[in-house]
Design a protein around this ligand. Structure first.
Ligand code: AFP
Length: 335
């Protein structure tokens, strides 16, 4: 019995549309998919294999690392360092970039990832995920450095995330729309279940961590107040609110039923222009949301147009249903 279009078949068929494709990209994607399957098993096994709880260390963000942050980072590195498709890698969990070891060939892609997004949820069994972004290594660069990763989001050749939830899902874009795959654990294959995903242009559902309300910039406060005013306010509609504290889960929900996700600039820590990281959270998720017909801005500018200044740069994020994102942007412009 045919199980449907597997992600491997889908990627190979996609490759046929790419003039001169060598198969490197397809093979790199397959290695990333394998890593996500391994991570899914570790996340699903949880307490049974002693991977919950903290590792007693901090990452470059000064955040306490969970055991699974370190384990999943290692899985991504080991799965993608040996095949000769990557020139270097970078991760939320590593201060510096990861050069490909000398005993392995180097390839033409730069892989950057958050190996376990939402990991503060792992001990309370709420969905988490892996986010990745693939860039081309600049021509002629044999030994990539951090600056080679500092490319605008528009330069991404691929972005995707795995969502380890009730189902393990993989969502992928290579610039030709967005497709969703569900892991069929009985055969160990991701199967195409959500072809050509689209974000509805309108929504009545917003996602924001309301505990930060006193720190928000005025346009965001205005937008949220109007949502909360519901039918009696200027929007003349009631709104629903969600906050999972796992960006992968919020973005997947928005891809399936619309919504607006906001982690705006706030004054809680003036040194940080937002919580989310540009290169391995905001840019890949923006590529996916835009490819599905949504929009993604800092409030002032399109996230994918930004010129990154450093590997772990933070950025305000307002993404999702186009018409709602554009309303928040208009408020930032003083409308
Ligand atoms: P963790 O990976 O540290 O759990 O952070 C997750 C995240 O980067 C993003 O996935 C969530 O949307 C956001 O942070 C949640 O932030 P708060 O915990 O401040 O609500």
């Amino acid at each position: 019995m045919h199980i449907g279009t597997t992600i491997t078949q889908f990627i190979i068929e996609e490759q046929r549309h790419i003039q001169g494709a060598s198969g490197d990209f397809t093979s790199l994607l397959n290695d990333i998919v394998t890593a996500c399957k391994v991570i899914s098993r570790s996340v699903n096994q949880g307490a049974l294999i002693g991977v919950l709880g903290t590792a007693g260390t901090e990452n470059v963000q000064g955040e306490t690392q969970k055991k699974l942050d370190i384990i999943t980072n290692e899985v991504m590195i080991k799965s993608n360092e040996w095949a000769g498709h990557c020139a270097a890698m970078a991760s939320e969990e590593m201060d510096e970039i990861y050069p490909i070891p000398a005993n392995y060939p180097k390839g033409k892609y730069l892989l950057i990832f958050d190996p376990l997004d939402g990991s503060s949820n792992i001990d309370v069994n709420i969905s988490v995920g892996t986010i990745f972004s693939i860039l081309r290594c600049p021509d002629g660069v044999k030994e990539p450095t951090e600056k080679d990763f500092l490319q605008p989001g528009t330069k991404q050749v691929c972005a995707g995330f795995a969502l380890y939830g009730p189902s393990t899902m993989m969502v992928l874009t290579t610039g030709n729309g967005v497709n969703g795959f569900t892991l069929d654990t009985s055969v160990g294959e991701f199967v195409l279940t959500h072809p050509n995903m689209k974000v509805p242009a309108d929504t009545r559902e917003f996602a924001i961590n309301a505990s930060n309300m006193r720190f928000w910039e005025a346009p965001v406060k205005r937008y949220v107040d109007e949502c909360l005013a519901g039918k009696t306010g200027p929007r003349k509609q009631d709104f629903n609110m969600r906050w999972v504290a796992s960006m992968v889960a919020e973005v997947y929900r928005i891809l399936t039923r619309g919504g607006i996700f906001m982690y705006p600039r706030d004054t809680k820590d003036p040194g940080k222009p937002g919580k989310l990281r540009l290169l391995y959270e905001a840019n890949p998720m923006s590529f996916i949301v835009e490819q599905a017909g949504g929009a993604s801005y800092t409030g002032e500018e399109r996230i994918m147009d930004m010129q990154p200044q450093n590997l772990h740069q933070r950025v305000p994020v307002i993404l999702g249903s186009k018409n709602e994102v554009e309303k928040v942007v208009a408020y930032h412009k003083g409308a």
